[in-house]
Design a protein around this ligand. Sequence first.
Ligand code: GDP
Ligand code: MG
Length: 185
Amino acid sequence: MHSINDSVSFHSRLISGLLFSEDNSKKLSRNYMDYLCFRTLCCKGPPPPRPEYDVVCIGLTGSGKTSLLSRLCSEATDNIVPTTGFSIKAVPFQNAILNVKELGGADSIKKYWSRYYQGSQGVVFVLDSASSEEDLEVARTELHSALQHPQLCTLPFLILANQQDKPAARSVQEGVNCDGSSVLP
Ligand SMILES: Nc1nc2c(ncn2[C@@H]2O[C@H](COP(=O)(O)OP(=O)(O)O)[C@@H](O)[C@H]2O)c(=O)[nH]1
Ligand SMILES: [Mg+2]
């Protein structure tokens, strides 16, 4: 009877046999050489695959979510129209692509944000740091509930204190919590 060790080594031998039989390894190295020649001669080739991540972007209406995503995609930001419902944008970086789902910040949509959290791998919360104290308080409440939401609380979480060019802009600390204490876990 075979022991577990025998069985494991049997399978690994079988797998190595399949992958690295003499024929296959010749084919693999020939294909790889062809690929290297192609890249060298043409100075280009298929770009290396970039991992994709799903990110959710939230914040009150007018905080600057669409502007941020347009800027990251190198698009013009002078004719941004308010987002109705939600929109999805693929934001390319050198080593990854972020599929960012922007959820509209209107009162009628905010209450449904959590329905779109599932599957997210990261969160961006955009604050208008120059907004009225009243609006900032609403934004803080939304920020706190997002930070504590079971589907978001373990994810990488970026809080962007936007609109910093405005004279009334608050610092990040002032923006996230009026008493200056940290809201972050
Ligand atoms: N001054 C200033 N205006 C901004 C900034 N970010 C966005 N805006 C403006 O704020 C308004 C709302 O932006 P938008 O991206 O539509 O906000 P969203 O509702 O969160 O998507 C637009 O007129 C933008 O041009 C910023 O950092 N500084
Ligand atoms: Mg928008």
